[in-house]
Design a protein around this ligand. Sequence first.
Ligand SMILES: Cc1cc2nc3c(=O)[nH]c(=O)nc-3n(C[C@H](O)[C@H](O)[C@H](O)COP(=O)(O)OP(=O)(O)OC[C@H]3O[C@@H](n4cnc5c(N)ncnc54)[C@H](O)[C@@H]3O)c2cc1C
Length: 614
Amino acid sequence: MEDGRTSAPRVVDCDLLIVGGGFAGCGAAFEARYWGRGLSIVVVEKAAIERSGAVAQGLSAINCYMGLRWHENRPEDFVRYVRNDLMGLSREDLVFDIARHVDSSVHLFEEWGLPIFTDPTTGRFVREGRWQVMIHGESYKPIVAEAARAAATAVDEGVVVTHLLKDREHPNRVAGAVGFSVRDGSYRVYRARAVIVAAGGASHLYRPRSSGEGWGRTWYPPWATGSAYGLLIPAGAEMTQMENRLVVTRFKDGYGPVGAWFLYLKAIATNGAGDSFEASQLAGLRDRVGAYADAKPLPTCLRNDLLLREVRAGRGPILMHTERVLDSPEKERVGWGAFLNMTVGQVVAWASQGTDPRTGPVELVLSEPYVLGSHAVCAGAWASGPGDVGPGEYAWGYNRMTSVEGLFGAGDTIGGSAHKFSSGSFTEGRLAAKGAVRYLLDHPGRPTVAPDEVEAWRRTIFAPLDRASEGRARVTDGSVVPDLLAPDQGLLRLEKIMDEYAGGVGADYTTNADLLDRGLAHLTLLREDLSATGATDLRELGRVWELDHRVWTAEAVVRHTRYREETRWPGYYYRSDFPRVDDARWRCFVNSVYDAHEGNWRLFTRPYVPLTEP
Ligand SMILES: Cc1cc2nc3c(=O)[nH]c(=O)nc-3n(C[C@H](O)[C@H](O)[C@H](O)COP(=O)(O)OP(=O)(O)OC[C@H]3O[C@@H](n4cnc5c(N)ncnc54)[C@H](O)[C@@H]3O)c2cc1C
């Protein structure tokens, strides 16, 4: 075991650094090797890539597959679907780019050994819904990780990346990253000519529904800590749609997935009295959101909205009638498989409550909000598009490069293009890698990393360990040091602020300008107090920096939500002071840039430009 505070930093020089070995990071490593045979490509991952990231447990479906070879869908169809689902707002150049390439990624997965359900008579993949294909998902991540491991020069695991480095000569160019090993305690310095951040989304910004013994249970995993945003924002990257947070409908208490049940098994949901409610609520919905209520399928947020209004009207609970569809061993296998591949905890929760989905309906609820860029929302960095589709202002040379030179992103990191899921995130990693290799070929020089900057980050990163050991003399009760903030205490404080002021479950997903201003004031104080965090060991040190990344993410969410004066995505959140969709003023992107030197944020809009139909 080393002490990173005193031992020599472990310095790695590479061409391309990939932060995060989840789906996007694995796609990036694989593709970077294809285009950059002689390049040094290093993946840094805080866990172990065989089981890291949002899909750690496995999945039961690949949610983004066009089926181009069977003429099942065209990329344009997918663009239209995403446009509708996002209430008219997405970066359609990015969406199209993923749609035209994603099938090739899925074919690679199959070639590498992923079992995909295939219809023996047609030879086609079995669909769960229009865009989903069904898989035996338990081995999904290990298979994808194996390809990344074979492609990368090195995979550094157990290393938490805390900050990005900037070029001393060119302040808007990335120069690498720093962090520490949770396994051996060493200080890690990565000097790189280009960086792809693929560090996933954010859970636990908001107080979860689970409390006490189930506190860590959330839908997006607790290890999704907002690093993608917490690394990019202080480095000055332009962000977009950070107000577009996700709320999902899930089985109550276990966050079990509903997709296979709704789409494949065709289960229906009713209110507590057993009545279907979607149709009866449609007229009111049209009144509030106009033509978006007529989109087919109904946008995810609006489906949430109908459910929420039914509960608000006192007609809960919302029940899924699982008992009506489990009428064959095959259906039962699919139904249970959805959990066993992905959310075993749901089955445990039901067992503890005496619930059997074969004999009675099961309760559904809306989750707390999450921030991510790959699901039915698209928060993240504003990135350059491919250039051959979309307007010129959406492309500045290198596909998926952020507004910081040499800094790329993929998956949950990149904003504006939703519905990537696992296959789309992997594909976006590939696209980002191709862009990054091109950037490397065009920019053969190395950025300059200032030794004093490296030293300053070392002091900052490890300071919580010093504070905790100095604080030992001031312990008043158990492990409480009155003038230090433990990372778990900071996290609880963050969750309370976001829940009460920024439209969490406790506030019925509702907020307004006054609440957001007050929430921002509380977040500003919390950020000040982060300089008093203490960490008793390396595990807690990791928690400190995860909290730091979450607070950056939360601040962006609050500022963006404050800036957008409308309720664009009812069912995700409501601005009570601007309760309607306002296309005339707000069918545009809300973007922000944080200036680290001035310590201030700039918020502004960017135009939405639809993709021209071919
Ligand atoms: C419960 C659940 C169910 C899902 N179901 C499906 C489904 O059925 N089908 C489907 O296609 N998709 C599904 N998805 C979505 C899919 O998992 C994501 O879209 C995809 O994983 C996003 O890829 P990513 O690379 O951006 O993030 P991740 O895959 O989450 O990867 C991020 C990686 O970065 C690492 N990391 C984070 N911070 C740091 C740091 N500071 N330093 C170093 N490393 C760091 C993480 O450990 C992780 O390995 C599901 C997701 C969840 C949570």
